[in-house]
Design a protein around this ligand. Structure first.
Ligand SMILES: *[C@@H]1O[C@H](CO)[C@@H](O)[C@H](O)[C@H]1NC(C)=O
Ligand SMILES: *[C@@H]1O[C@H](CO)[C@@H](O)[C@H](O)[C@H]1NC(C)=O
Ligand SMILES: *[C@@H]1O[C@H](CO)[C@@H](O)[C@H](O)[C@H]1NC(C)=O
Ligand SMILES: *[C@@H]1O[C@H](CO)[C@@H](O)[C@H](O)[C@H]1NC(C)=O
Ligand SMILES: CC(=O)N[C@H]1CO[C@H](CO)[C@@H](O)[C@@H]1O
Length: 330
């Protein structure tokens, strides 16, 4: 059996190498440079599935960020003490479904201010927001959200393209547009950015490689794992040693360890409406799952990542650490 199979394996490997080594198919993914102060630890918040004019506890989640300096994490673990004391985010990541139910109609749509500018008023949120689009953004005018004119309305709103990279010193964030890969929504291979992503991941020198997309790959919440992304995106992430895949779409907070790679699947989709009360099985290891609202924070030094999920009351629900050498949770 083995010898008969060999030629096929060789061919497949050759094709894979070719694909990975090939220059990007289209234009390379656009980039934003956002490094913290020299030597500084990177502190990033991630929230998803939020824009509902403050309803469904969107406002509560937005306000909890404000009280973070008072959060006492030492009751959870000593490791977290330094983390709790020096809370300052350098940026915010949005995992998509930014504006419900149908995105915005144009860059002057009042819904944008009602669901974004007027809600995220906390001082710690007056930072660049890097956003991916979700399926609900697509049912409106998706292009309006990536139009530079949107920054005349609110200068924080940084979605410079459907897929782009944020170079942030200790970490590179690869924001990718998953909706075109979901057959249910769209079916057009001209939006296949996987070659560009693979190329950029190969070139990345950052300690942490973090890919952000709207749809989950592996999930125990309502939508479950996603066949298209498991087939199309997951192999690229594994081949390039990506540390974390951060997504929304499922309105929950969730950490899952990949069954066969270093990848952590992190869902931060609790920006407003939650409590779906529906769960799916995933073959990966569910480390933590909270069905309600909240957000995620990450602090990244070159060798350590400290992450936590918070609920609407500002409670730290689940904290964990990753180290670069061990490459696994502690
Ligand atoms: C909002 O949060 C409060 C406090 O946790 C909770 O009692 C309420 O059910 C939440 N509302 C919604 C719509 O989820
Ligand atoms: C934080 O929690 C720890 C452990 O419960 C406690 O000893 C400490 O006094 C608390 N600190 C503050 C500022 O509340
Ligand atoms: C933008 O969208 C809003 C909401 O649909 C609409 O009221 C307004 O007329 C639109 N503005 C322009 C310039 O098209
Ligand atoms: C997507 O497009 C391909 C190629 O045109 C076609 O074979 C396939 O059936 C389409 N899938 C859906 C779900 O429309
Ligand atoms: C595409 C895929 O692998 N889906 C899996 C999601 O998880 C369930 C439960 O383990 C599997 O049955 C599916 O095959």
């Amino acid at each position: 059996m083995a010898p008969a199979r060999l030629p096929l394996v060789v061919v497949v490997t050759a094709v894979a190498v070719l694909l990975l080594a090939a220059p990007p198919a289209g234009a390379a993914l656009p980039r934003v440079a956002h490094a913290p102060k020299a030597g500084g630890t990177l502190a990033v918040l991630a929230v998803g599935d939020w824009g509902r004019r403050g309803q469904f506890n969107q406002t509560l989640v937005a306000q909890q960020v404000k009280v973070k300096p008072g959060v006492n994490l030492s009751s959870i673990s000593r490791t977290w003490e330094w983390w709790g004391r020096s809370w300052t985010s350098t940026s915010v990541i949005s995992t998509g479904d930014n504006i419900y139910d149908d995105g915005i109609a144009n860059t002057s749509d009042p819904l944008f201010k009602e669901s974004f500018s007027n809600i995220y008023t906390a001082k710690s949120l007056q930072k660049p927001w890097y956003l991916v689009l979700g399926n609900h953004d697509y049912t409106g005018n998706a292009l309006a959200q990536i139009d530079p004119a949107i920054r005349n309305v609110d200068s924080r709103y940084t979605a410079i393209a459907k897929s782009f990279i944020v170079n942030s010193g200790n970490a590179d964030f690869f924001l990718v547009d998953t909706t075109p890969f979901i057959l249910h929504y769209w079916n057009n291979t001209k939006f296949d950015w996987r070659g560009d992503l693979g190329y950029a991941l190969t070139a990345s020198k950052a300690a942490w490689k973090i890919v952000v997309g709207h749809h989950p790959i592996s999930s125990g919440c309502r939508h479950g794992n996603n066949t298209e992304l498991e087939q199309l995106l997951l192999p690229v992430l594994k081949a390039h040693g990506v540390d974390m895949y951060v997504n929304g779409h499922d309105h929950c907070l969730q950490r899952i360890s990949s069954r066969d790679s270093r990848l952590q699947f992190l869902t931060s989709g609790g920006g407003s409406k939650a409590w779906a009360g529906k769960f799916k099985a995933t073959p990966d290891k569910v480390e933590f799952l909270y069905d309600g609202q909240g957000f995620m924070s990450m602090r990244l030094s070159k060798t350590e990542a400290h992450l936590a999920f918070f609920d609407v009351a500002g409670n730290a629900l689940h904290c964990w650490g990753l180290t670069k050498n061990a490459g696994a949770g502690r």
